[in-house]
Design a protein around this ligand. Structure first.
Ligand code: KG4
Ligand code: ZN
Length: 341
């Protein structure tokens, strides 16, 4: 890995408590060229030194994907290099191989971010199987919505993590939704409702106001109570993630475990995985924090695997909002390189 430049848009979206698609794609337009230049400068490379151009083409906000695609296509066209479209969730799944190329396969991979929460079995490079996914909210979304209910800032994961550091994880009993026996799917939407009712018990609400959406500022918890709520809420989410990983490890023949997505930066989650009696037996790859959240290096990483397998994309490659559900990554076989005269 020669460089990995990430431009965070958190400050841009913070006051809206979530990503505003139009602002996000406009910021991509403004930042894409300086970031490509910076990545090349850090790697001490010129565009002509590149072998291929990898780019995320799915899943995500289509406006943002289109900006990246346009830039990648322009580079590929101008320098006569092949374009390799990458599914960014699959790139999270392959991050273990970027960090530890010798990671034994098959590997169990948890991808947990603001938009996705799913378990995959990475069978071989470029081929994975989705074992389960969320039926409603993603784990990061649960952190973000929980933080909003507690009056903590966006993004919710780091706010809840910080607030909960000195909190009692057992102070509040919150549900752990594990779904049907053996299910590897997730459901997080009930958690924020449980948190709301803990902060604001319906029995204490005036008649006819039992389902208030958000606590008023004067009703927000504070002090040690807030710390305990944050720690208990984080523990409930982590319990579900670790519980599902244990289930998957018991049901499937896997040798390694790897995690990715913004939620994979959570220290308590990493601690619990590392100390779990079932998961400990697997070869554990907990990528550095900057390779967990979305980043260009993981796209280049999977891009180079696909390119090595002879897979490239047509120059009219389109943006797709949804993820692939797994299986072999389908692309057309690589054509012999055009050599410019
Ligand atoms: O992967 P990511 O950076 O962006 C996408 O959603 O694609 O993930 C962002 C999500 C947010 O929901 C954020 O609250 C969560 O990851 N997150 C965390 C932590 N850092 C970010 N969740 C728990 N603990 C963290 N330390
Ligand atoms: Zn992601």
């Amino acid at each position: 890995m020669l460089s990995n430049v990430v431009h965070s848009q958190i400050s841009l979206h913070q006051r809206f408590r979530g990503v505003v698609p139009e602002l996000a794609s406009r910021s991509h337009t403004e930042r894409i060229l300086p970031i490509v230049s910076q990545a090349l400068a850090d790697a001490k490379l010129a565009p002509a030194d590149l072998t291929a151009i990898a780019v995320t083409h799915r899943p995500g906000m289509v406006g943002c994907l289109l900006v990246g695609l346009a830039a990648a296509k322009a580079l590929a066209w101008r320098f006569n290099r092949p374009l390799v479209g990458v599914d960014h969730v699959q790139a999270h799944v392959h991050t273990g191989l970027l960090v530890d190329p010798g990671m034994p396969l098959p590997a169990l991979c948890l991808v947990a971010s603001g938009g996705h929460t799913a378990l995959y079995k990475l069978i071989e490079p470029g081929k994975s199987e989705r074992l389960g996914t969320t039926r409603d909210d993603a784990a990061g979304e649960a952190f973000d919505k929980g933080a909003a209910l507690l009056g903590l800032s966006y993004p919710g994961g780091p706010s809840i993590e910080n607030e909960g550091k000195l909190g009692d994880r057992t102070a509040f009993k919150l549900p752990r939704t594990m779904l049907d026996k053996g299910s590897l799917d997730f459901s997080f939407s009930g958690m924020k409702t449980a948190l709301l009712y803990t902060v604001q018990p319906p029995s204490k609400q005036p008649p006819g106001k039992q389902r208030q959406e958000k606590p008023k500022p004067e009703e927000l918890p504070s002090g040690q109570e807030l710390k305990n709520l944050a720690a208990s809420y984080q523990e409930a989410i982590v319990d579900v993630l670790v519980g599902k990983l244990r289930r998957a490890a018991e049901q499937h023949d896997v040798q390694s475990l790897c995690i990715g997505g913004g939620v994979a930066k959570n220290i308590r989650l990493r601690e619990r995985i590392a100390n779990d009696s079932v998961l400990q037996d697997l070869h554990l790859v907990l990528p550095p924090l900057d390779l967990c959240a979305d980043n260009g290096a993981m796209i280049a990483g999977l891009g180079s695997i696909l390119f090595g397998q002879g897979k490239t994309s047509p120059i009219d490659l389109d943006a797709v909002a949804t993820a692939q559900s797994g299986g072999k990554i389908k692309m057309r076989p690589r054509k012999p390189r055009r050599v410019s005269k």
